[in-house]
Write a protein that binds this ligand. Structure first.
Ligand SMILES: Nc1ncnc2c1ncn2[C@@H]1O[C@H](COP(=O)(O)OP(=O)(O)O)[C@@H](O)[C@H]1O
Ligand SMILES: [Mg+2]
Length: 265
């Protein structure tokens, strides 16, 4: 099993859209996928067809009341993936969980039973670097950073990567970078290609070859509660996320060591 977190403290960069489409993209290859929505806005849950009044029980229930993950997991209405919804109750997570023993590892512990049931767990994070994203960085094997191709984004990426290293040092465990993915690219803007070039100069191979273009079909799909693979399978948005799913699978299989051979006596 691999656990993959979508991290960026900036909002509106495509974390949720990427989480939802990687989840559905991986599920469409036959994998068993769990998507965990850690955002109080619950955009990923709504994007997969959950009604706003039906968000509880959510991941907050599991975190606050120490309930097993299975009791808050349901089938997503809009895709063949399991979902633990987010909800407004997550707004108070920093306060509610501040006094908990091992508060940075709560999610890691909750997700332990998922290892047997799923091939991939996807964590959609809120736009911050507070306790829930930190929990995700600790719980995940890999993290993926969606980046909008604007000059101001470049600096943000560096400090985000530094934060993950601080978590590794401070807590003793942290996800490794699977890659940076350019999202919402609009090549009519002159800066777009320049920023992508700078990003590749700075971060080299870490930048995925796939660039997700701005495509209205992606935001439309969300409002219908299904992924773009369902809503507009021929769109550039669908092409982009199919290609990203392939690249993610390639990177995972290249970097996941084979299980150690049985020890020979
Ligand atoms: N490639 C894209 N093309 C067009 N709209 C997009 C694209 N990616 C995301 N969006 C839209 O932009 C908004 C923010 O995206 P979202 O994935 O929710 O970002 P985040 O989770 O980082 O805040 C949403 O309304 C979403 O539908
Ligand atoms: Mg989001």
């Amino acid at each position: 099993m691999s656990t993959l977190a979508l991290i960026n403290n900036k909002g509106g960069v495509g974390k949720t859209t990427t989480a939802v489409h990687l989840a559905d993209g991986l599920a469409r290859t036959g994998a068993r996928v769990l998507l965990v929505d850690l955002d109080a806005q619950a955009s990923a849950s709504l994007a997969l067809g959950v009604e706003r009044e039906d968000l509880e029980p959510s991941i907050a229930t599991a975190l606050y009341d120490d309930q097993p993950i299975g009791t808050v997991t349901r089938e997503a209405p809009g895709a063949d993936v399991d979902l633990v919804p987010g909800s407004e109750s997550l707004k108070s997570a920093d306060i509610r969980l501040a006094q908990e023993y091992g508060r940075e590892r709560l999610l890691q512990r909750l997700l332990e039973p998922a290892a047997e049931r799923y091939d991939h767990v996807i964590l959609d994070c809120p736009p911050s670097l507070s306790l829930l994203p930190i929990n995700s960085i600790v719980a995940a094997d890999w993290f993926l950073v969606p980046v909008e191709p604007h000059y101001l984004s470049l600096e943000g990426v560096g400090s985000l990567l530094d934060t993950v290293e601080d978590v590794r040092t401070g807590i003793g465990e942290a996800a490794d970078l699977l890659g940076l993915v350019v999202t919402r690219a609009d090549f009519r803007a002159k800066a777009t290609q320049q920023v992508i070039d700078l990003l590749r100069e700075e971060h080299g191979e870490a930048v995925f070859d796939t660039v997700i273009r701005g495509n209205v079909r992606l935001s439309e799909a969300t409002s219908f509660g299904v992924s773009v693979f369902e809503h507009a399978p021929q769109s550039t948005g669908a092409d982009g996320y199919r290609s990203l799913t392939d690249e993610v699978l390639e990177r995972l299989s290249a970097r996941t060591p084979n299980p150690p051979a049985a020890a020979v006596r």
